[in-house]
Design a protein around this ligand. Structure first.
Ligand SMILES: Cc1cc2nc3c(=O)[nH]c(=O)nc-3n(C[C@H](O)[C@H](O)[C@H](O)COP(=O)(O)OP(=O)(O)OC[C@H]3O[C@@H](n4cnc5c(N)ncnc54)[C@H](O)[C@@H]3O)c2cc1C
Length: 459
């Protein structure tokens, strides 16, 4: 609610500005709903580049709010138009009007906006899955239709020019920041070198100022006593970046992408060889963008022969950016399976605690214990951020307690995960996965209760 109220501010400011500048010509003023609609659409399109520039995911929910407000303002614009027509012509629906390009473009824009506004909720995301993403990309042609409507109505003025200019500027800036064009000519000579043990990349462009290597220093000119700033190995453990990708990574193909909620992607890949996976372990996945190959760790939800399933939060970071556009059939690679966050081999009672996509390794672990009674405490922000609820119901002998930190919903616990609300038997083992704050809090609470078998993986 607060978000909606806050989002109303740009529209209200614009309205007051028009009102003052036109000394209260109410009819013209009301037609300016179209400007308000245009402004909100531009704001919705500005959210993605803004997130990329300021590195704050917090803006993301505003995209939907701006979209809905654009629709409402466009509806108001049309209502006022037809009301004015009625005043003069005493009929609302003059069919001839719909043949006029300005009216026709408004109708098309309004229909598209209505579809987008109606599907701007978590329920639609869950229902439409991947189709939802395709539907939302209608925003781009919509912006064009809205601009055409302005052109057909011969109303292009500085306001529209400035708004379009600002939007183009913002998106260009974000594009250049997100996807810097490689400075080095990697086809003839490598300018980046990868540390084989830890994966850190030495980029000649940036050097290693903390290690006394100035930006621009060629790899061969680095003194022999220099060491990797992350793991401390010497120069000889570095290999050219591109070559490293060819050598160490196993090619794989994307076979499924399922959007579980607006920011959670289930990714299924098929690798060229079978990777033995112990439940709880993660894969180091090689992703590629215009700036080259980079690696991200994702816990395996399920390993079935050559098929590996991951469940990934789509952040505004580099990995999130690439994963958002992955399609079935795309090439991907996996470097290997690692991790010591695995089940202890004993019959102690087991409690699993996860926040967000920290559920991924936990799901794999819990499914590998079909005969054991187990408990899961799972925390997310609100009911719209939930995923895998059906899957959890199908895990045998599992008791699940879901915590919603920012929403009160009957049937769920309200607040952050609080293990003090439970009495666990002596000797219980705990497996924690998710954000650092949860792991720190829960570990200290459990230790205060006298438990010491606590294993965790921090994302
Ligand atoms: C062992 C292990 C297992 C893991 N398993 C999983 C898993 O199963 N599922 C999962 O989702 N994650 C998992 N992670 C986390 C994952 O590896 C990544 O760290 C995480 O997805 C963020 O990577 P990224 O490239 O998307 O963001 P990065 O680019 O690494 O950025 C990190 C954070 O900074 C912020 N940020 C960075 N750049 C921008 C930008 N341009 N705009 C806005 N914000 C920005 C984002 O909020 C992002 O969350 C695991 C991590 C480890 C260590």
């Amino acid at each position: 609610m607060l978000r909606y109220l806050f989002s109303l501010v740009p529209g209200i400011v614009l309205f007051i500005a028009f009102y003052l500048s036109k000394s209260g010509e109410m009819n013209l003023l009301l037609r300016d709903f179209w400007r308000v609609s245009f402004l909100y659409l531009a704001l919705a399109l500005a959210v993605t580049p803004l997130i990329a520039l300021v590195k704050k995911d917090a803006f993301a929910p505003y995209r939907r709010v701006f979209g809905v407000l654009a629709f409402l303002a466009a509806l108001a614009h049309g209502t006022v138009y037809f009301d004015a027509e009625y005043t003069y012509q005493k009929t609302f629906f003059v069919l001839a009007h719909f043949k006029e390009l300005d009216v026709a473009s408004w109708v098309v824009a309004l229909l598209v906006m209505a579809v987008l506004a109606i599907t701007s909720n978590n329920f639609s995301v869950r229902l439409l899955k991947n189709f939802w993403k395709k539907l939302q990309s209608l925003t781009y042609p919509l912006f064009l239709i809205v601009a055409l409507h302005i052109a057909f109505a011969s109303r292009f003025d500085e306001f529209y020019m400035i708004t379009i200019g600002a939007l183009v500027f913002l998106r260009t800036l974000a594009y250049l920041r997100e996807k810097p064009v490689s400075m080095g000519n990697t086809a003839t000579k490598a300018t980046r070198y990868r540390c084989v043990p830890c994966g850190w990349i030495y980029d000649e462009k940036y050097g290693d100022p903390d290690g006394g290597i100035a930006p621009g220093t060629r790899f061969e000119d680095i003194p022999d006593d220099w060491v990797c700033p992350v793991c401390g190995v010497g120069k000889s453990d570095f290999v050219p970046y591109e070559e490293a990708y060819e050598k160490n990574d196993t090619p794989a193909q994307v076979v499924e992408t399922n959007l579980l909620n607006p920011t959670t992607l289930e990714l299924v890949i098929e690798t060229q060889e079978v990777f033995p996976v112990i439940p709880g372990q993660y894969g180091r996945v090689a992703l590629r963008d215009r700036d080259g190959i980079f690696y991200r760790s994702y816990s395996v939800v399920e390993a079935d022969g050559k098929r590996l399933t991951f469940c990934i939060k789509l952040t505004a970071g580099r990995g999130g950016y690439v994963l958002r556009s992955l399609k079935v059939g795309d090439s991907i690679a996996i470097e290997g399976i690692y991790g010591s966050f695995v089940l202890q081999k004993n019959t102690n009672p087991k409690v699993f605690i996860a926040t967000g996509t920290g559920l991924s390794p936990i799901v794999n672990m819990m499914r590998s214990l079909p005969d054991a009674e187990k408990t899961l405490l799972f925390g997310v922000q609100d009911s719209g951020s939930l995923f895998y609820t059906d899957l959890l119901q199908n895990i045998s002998k599992l008791t699940t307690h879901i915590f919603l930190s920012r929403e009160e919903v009957p049937g769920y616990r309200h607040g952050r995960i609080d293990c003090m609300q439970f009495e666990f038997p002596k000797g219980t083992e705990f497996y924690l996965c998710g954000n650092p704050a949860m792991i720190e809090q829960v570990t200290s609470d459990l230790k205060a209760q006298g438990f010491d078998k606590i294993y965790h993986e921090i994302f």
